[in-house]
Design a protein around this ligand. Sequence first.
Ligand code: GUN
Length: 283
Amino acid sequence: MIINCKKIANEIISETKPKVDELHKNGIVPCIAIVMAGNDYASKIYIHNKSKACQKAGIRTREIIFRENISEYELMKSIEKLNNDKSVTGILVQLPLPKHMDEKKVCEIISPAKDVDVFNPINFGNFIIGNTDLTPCTAYGIMKVLKYEQIKISEKHCVVVGRSNIVGKPISHLLLKSDATVTVCHSKTHNLENFCKNADVIVSATGVPKLIKKNMVKNGAVVIDVGINRDENGKLCGDVDFENVEPLCSYITPVPKGIGLVTVAALVHNAMKTACFNLFKNK
Ligand code: GUN
């Protein structure tokens, strides 16, 4: 079965909207600043989609796009300004940043209270020890998909391919927390096929087009494809060789119109969450 991620994304946004309405009633106007540097075409589409989804839920957005050659210092200064701007309740820095910048250093100065992506190490640490309401967007979206489809994770063998801070590590953590046995594979893993073949659930987030082939997937497996890549003809594709893998799966997510949509919806949820932090502040 091909999972209808659009339906799940819409459900996340519909769940979020009444909470945003409640914030408005309490005099809090959720507003996220979306910061990007450079001209990357894909990033521009992503931030446009993120803006649109937030607005659908009643969350304001402010897109701030800097030139490619802005200095790291200038960018950090502008983030600091947003940290101190009371009308901004969330900050998103679109990655990748231009090559001359240190992404870690830039993400570290996003105020933890406005960090909708959970990029600040304080928030990421709190996420790992289960001490926060904020969950990295893609991992949140994937767990929502599994829950929506009533896919049991407890006691299952989940193989995560990719170990990034943005997807691989957080989703491995959440699957483990749901009592799965989790194997994390990556670009230096020998015999990736042997690990994947034994998986009840495969989550692939590598950015390698069509890495997961049919000989690597067992019958009835659940396959979650996080990749958004271009194939040899320039056509959008995931990490999974969809055409050949799909017939084997009990559930699979497509690319495009797959996990990307629920990631954006999760961002809307997190933007509502950071705005909620203002409920407990002295007015
Ligand atoms: N670039 C690719 N994915 C993401 C994401 O989820 N958040 C941000 N801020 N940048 C990204």
